[in-house]
Design a protein around this ligand. Structure first.
Ligand code: SF4
Length: 327
């Protein structure tokens, strides 16, 4: 089997807090193959965005990646690269888009110039060629009338168009991996569907793999090939989209799925996961989900469940799975 494009192994991230360092991401392992879309799903504060920032080596200070973890990308160990080598990978081999298109663009520069700058940062090419590439990218991401949009300022574009500009910028150097952190959260439902379709098309057309960070299983359903579910700094379940959606084995994944609005559920109350997400770094003992889990039993607050395979491509961390009981 060929090695994955991205392999994260045993990644832990900590911040200084009361009484020492607090782990906000704890022994996370995941991989993304060339061309595939992996969705990293969980509620806010679970560590998914911090995991993405670690891959880009952009953890805000005073946070740190703890020794012992590894991040391999295209066969290179990202954690041992020099700052200039990492800067060369960021933006060129790994693109990133964020949730808030309003604040990610410079308000006083035209969007065409901003995408051109992204190209010129990594490629020593004549301005005319860079300009041509921007037009091509605008076409690729479905920006209508690229010529007039090139000279537009961000405030002259809708939220959906701004997000398309950011996707064009992230795709400017034809990266092998695109990290998209909640790319549709700030958009309304119709635009959200269009942006998800765009991500799917881009991945299919260019072969770019996508690591999609989201709290929304509706988004997962539309674009993911595989899914990793995070809770309280840890990955609690991983599998193909079909496996996770049709036969989720972790009670947290089951709870997230029950909270998705479904057409046939209109007029009915959606089920919420009871309780609140623990504060980052202040995780409960044993299984970190035991304070909210409807199936919690004696060992749960004491023993940490181990990763238990359910199939060659599906695994979950829950004592019930270890005991082969269907939660
Ligand atoms: Fe629930 Fe226990 Fe499984 Fe944790 S280990 S998810 S508390 S049943």
């Amino acid at each position: 089997m060929s090695s994955p494009l991205l392999a994260v192994e045993g990644l832990s991230i900590s911040f200084p807090g009361e009484g020492g360092h607090m782990r906000v991401v704890d022994r996370v392992s995941l991989s993304v193959a060339a061309g595939e879309t992996l969705a990293l799903v969980g509620e806010s504060g679970c560590g998914k965005s911090m995991t993405a920032l670690a891959i880009m080596r952009l953890i805000p200070k005073p946070g740190r990646i703890e020794p012992g973890g590894r991040i391999q990308f295209e066969g290179r160990d990202l954690l041992s690269l020099s700052v200039p080598d990492m800067r060369a990978i960021r933006g060129a081999r790994i693109g990133m888009i964020f949730q808030e298109p309003m604040t990610s663009l410079n308000p006083v520069t035209t969007v065409g110039d901003q995408v051109m700058e992204a190209i010129e940062l990594h490629a020593d090419i004549p301005r005319e060629e860079a300009r041509g590439r921007v037009m091509e990218l605008f076409g690729l991401v479905g920006i209508p009338d690229p010529k007039s949009r090139f000279v537009a300022y961000p405030h002259q574009l809708s939220g959906g168009l701004k997000q398309r500009v950011l996707i064009a910028m992230a795709m400017a150097m034809r990266p092998r991996l695109l990290i998209a952190d909640e790319p549709t959260t700030a958009l309304d439902a119709t635009i959200r569907a269009q942006i998800l379709e765009l991500l799917r098309d881009l991945s299919a057309k260019t072969g770019t793999a996508v690591l999609l960070i989201t709290h929304d299983f509706g988004v997962v359903n539309e674009v993911a090939d595989r899914v990793a579910v995070m809770y309280a700094g840890q990955i609690v379940e991983q599998g193909t989209r079909v496996e996770l959606l049709s036969r989720p084995r972790h009670p947290y994944t089951q709870g997230l799925l029950r909270s998705i609005p479904k057409a046939e559920a209109r007029g009915h109350r959606l089920e919420e996961i009871k309780g609140t997400v623990p504060r980052p770094g202040h995780w409960p003992s044993g299984c970190r989900f035991h304070t909210r889990c409807p199936f919690a039993f004696a060992p749960c607050p004491i023993e940490e469940p181990v990763r238990t395979p359910v199939s060659p491509t599906h695994a979950a961390c829950c004592h019930l799975v270890e005991r082969e009981v269907q939660p």
